[in-house]
Ligand binder design. Structure first.
Ligand code: SAM
Length: 307
């Protein structure tokens, strides 16, 4: 695959989950390089509409290649979905897709600083036009803050040792770029996990923190419930347990409705009704897809329908 391309993960299952109707309005919250968006456009009729968004200016530039009157591409964060859609004149949708995390072009562009496969400045912002880079954050954050981020967002057992090593390197003026950080983490971590670079968890943690990925996810999910028409589908592909936990709990609670103590003098039809219904169980990519596209290996897809 060439640099700049992205192989859409669980493409057919995700688009089937959206249950695209020819004349419906759909929202792809994570355009990336438009793998899912293009497939939705193939299924839409002339009266259908697809609104896609991304916070990465490079994704927006790449999307300019799609010339289709049914398609609108918006630059922005999905945490502000309601307002973004309102500005585009969209009040309701029949399906919303979230394919979370970073795209292959983001990982494969050395200058973005997401990957320690290349040596690059520590940037890691999805939106390169605003916010703090990883280098800026690491040069100013308290040791305890660095430790908590690496522990909580990287589920890293050795966060304490890594944070201490980062602060020691910083005080020597020796923090450097991606490779140097990866080497420093490897040195600080006493145990190795099979098939995983010791720096993977720390890089994941920094990326999640800097881009406020979990906050964005928690903000968008309730907005999706408000925006979906009855029968409209919410499809989410997540890539690690922190994300999937948020999605799973949200969908489960939305499908459960109000839970009140037993024996309250209230008729069940008077209780707030469930807002969503779960569609099937969590799904994972099959072995063929994982062999073809190893980046799909940690994907989990969940679907829920607005009642
Ligand atoms: C895994 S990629 C999506 C790939 C896409 N489905 C495709 O097939 O090409 C995730 C994309 O979502 C974007 N993204 C992540 N968090 C975002 C947010 N909070 N708001 C808007 N875009 C976001 C990233 O910049 C990235 O381009």
């Amino acid at each position: 695959m060439s640099v700049g391309a992205h192989q859409a993960v669980m493409l057919e299952q995700a688009v089937a989950g959206l249950n695209v109707g020819a004349g419906g309005t759909y929202v792809d919250c994570t355009f990336g390089r438009g793998g899912h968006s293009r497939r939705v456009l193939e299924l839409l009729g002339r009266g259908g509409r697809l609104i896609a968004l991304d916070r990465d200016p490079d994704a927006i530039k790449a999307g300019a290649a799609i010339s289709d009157t049914r398609f609108t591409l918006l630059y922005g964060r999905f945490g502000g979905l309601h307002a973004l859609l309102a500005r585009a004149g969209v009040g309701k949708a029949d399906g919303i897709l979230l394919d979370l995390g970073v795209s292959s072009p983001q990982l494969d562009d050395a200058a973005r600083g997401f990957s320690f496969r290349f040596d690059a400045p520590l940037d890691m912002r999805m939106d390169t036009s605003r916010g703090m880079t990883a280098a800026q954050w690491l040069s100013t954050a308290d040791e305890s803050e660095i430790r908590e981020v690496i522990k909580n967002h990287g589920e890293e057992r050795f966060a304490k040792q890594i944070a201490a090593a980062i602060v020691a390197a910083r005080s020597r003026g020796d923090l450097g770029g991606t490779r140097q950080l990866a080497a420093l983490v490897a040195h600080a971590v006493p145990a190795r996990e099979p098939r995983q670079d010791p720096a993977t968890r720390t890089f994941q943690a920094l990326r999640i923190h800097l881009n406020q990925e979990l906050e964005e996810l928690s903000l968008v999910l309730p907005q999706c419930v408000d925006l979906l028409n009855p029968g409209g589908r919410l499809v989410v592909i997540s890539f690690h347990s922190l994300e999937d936990r948020i999605v799973k709990r949200f969908m489960r609670d939305a499908a459960a409705g109000a839970r009140l103590p037993e024996r309250l003098p209230v008729r069940s039809r008077e209780l707030p009704q469930p807002l969503m219904r779960l569609i099937g169980k969590a799904r994972r990519p099959d072995a063929n897809e994982i062999a073809r596209n190893p980046r799909s290996r940690s994907a989990t897809l969940r679907v829920a329908e607005r009642k």
